[in-house]
Design a protein around this ligand. Structure first.
Ligand code: AMP
Ligand code: MG
Length: 338
């Protein structure tokens, strides 16, 4: 891929966002912040622009992209039908960290959806993102703005490190508020199915959808959400998750630690690890704090050139489910029970 001249937008205002929108309209690719993670966006209706996303990320072509809208009012343009349940869901979570899979209209090119007859749609809860989409006057197809397989980017520094020289522009929106990707909910099957846990927890959706199902994402069958089959979110280091009673976890990790290993833990246990190579993701009392820090921690271990990460098994309540889904994937499901 030819190196491109990347514009860095450090103080996004209306003028610079309109300029970025022009880049999108002309078929370029732009990194923008959202409340979940940073996205790498292109005009969803322009196949050659969408191809640039796959090339820049090294993303497999059979992994479909989410299209991002600035407002629910334009949804009709892109999908065949809007199921009843979406009227309440959209009031609660659009804008928000919820992606819904719906039957697509032909206006969406096949490269966006990896030839599926469905399309994943989200409205980000971030003013910069929504303005960029609105000024572009289109839908923006965007996966996370990382090199495929690496931990998702939650900070400006992460996207500059991954995509400088590859994206036409990178917009600085500071640290992403939520820090894990959206929940992907399939509304095309008989019963709504969560294909990927994310920013909107199961319990919150269950309040609205009585017959809510959850896809088994750890099975080796062809998953309904194609992206779930890839090794994801992975730091360079190997990773092992230690699960069990807190004192035993502490003991086991301390007995295995050496100069080449790192520990990913919570605030409550941090002082009890002997090693200096330790990072605290947040308090066990605040799962959203842990969510906002995990990808940053995985990237920091890479910078520290750690060879193996020992990670605590965090609580899976609420957004904790999405956190452990990402960490287990990063660890290739490698868990030691103590
Ligand atoms: P990313 O944007 O990299 O966070 O990944 C988007 C996720 O949404 C991946 O797991 C995709 O497989 C999933 N996805 C996108 N479009 C569809 C679709 N039409 N049907 C099912 N899953 C989808
Ligand atoms: Mg991704």
């Amino acid at each position: 891929m030819d190196r491109v001249n990347t514009k860095l937008i450090n103080f996004p205002d209306d003028i610079s966002l309109k300029h970025c929108a022009e880049i999108i309209v002309k078929g370029g690719i732009v990194v923008f912040p959202t409340e979940t993670v940073y996205g790498l966006g292109a005009d969803a209706l322009n196949p050659s622009a969408v191809e640039k996303i796959f090339t820049a990320k090294g993303r497999p072509n059979d992994n479909p992209l989410i299209i991002h809208l600035h407002d629910i009012s334009v949804l009709d343009k892109y999908v065949m039908e809007v199921p009843q349940v979406l009227s309440l869901l959209s009031k609660l979570y659009m804008p928000g960290p919820l992606t819904v899979v719906l039957k697509k209209k032909n206006i969406i090119p096949d490269c966006v959806t990896a030839n599926l007859d469905t399309v994943a749609v989200r409205i980000p809860d971030n003013d910069i993102a929504r303005k960029l989409i609105e000024y572009s006057d289109t839908a923006i197809a965007a996966p996370s703005a990382n090199i495929s397989g690496k931990p998702s980017p939650t900070m400006y520094e992460h996207v500059v490190s991954d995509l400088f020289g590859k994206a036409d522009a990178i917009i600085n929106g500071g640290k992403c508020r939520i820090g894990v990707e959206s929940t992907v909910l399939d509304l095309t099957s008989e019963k709504p199915v969560i294909l990927r846990p994310g920013g909107v927890p199961y319990d919150s959706l269950k309040l609205v959808i009585k017959d809510l199902q959850v896809a088994n994402t750890s099975s080796s069958d062809t998953p309904k959400s194609p992206g779930m089959k890839y090794k994801h979110y992975a730091p360079k280091a190997d990773m092992v998750i230690i699960k069990g009673d807190m004192l035993r976890v502490l003991e086991r990790i301390n007995s295995m630690s050496d100069d080449y290993s790192g520990v990913l833990c919570c605030k409550e246990t941090y002082d009890r690890y002997d090693t200096a190579n330790k990072l605290c993701a947040g308090s066990i009392k605040d799962p959203s704090e842990i969510a906002s820090n995990i990808f940053e921690c995985l990237r920091l271990f890479d910078e520290m050139q750690i060879k193996i990460i020992y990670c605590e098994y965090f609580d899976t309540k609420g957004i904790g489910e999405a956190v452990m889904n990402r960490l287990l994937k990063a660890a290739s499901q490698n868990v030691i029970e103590v």
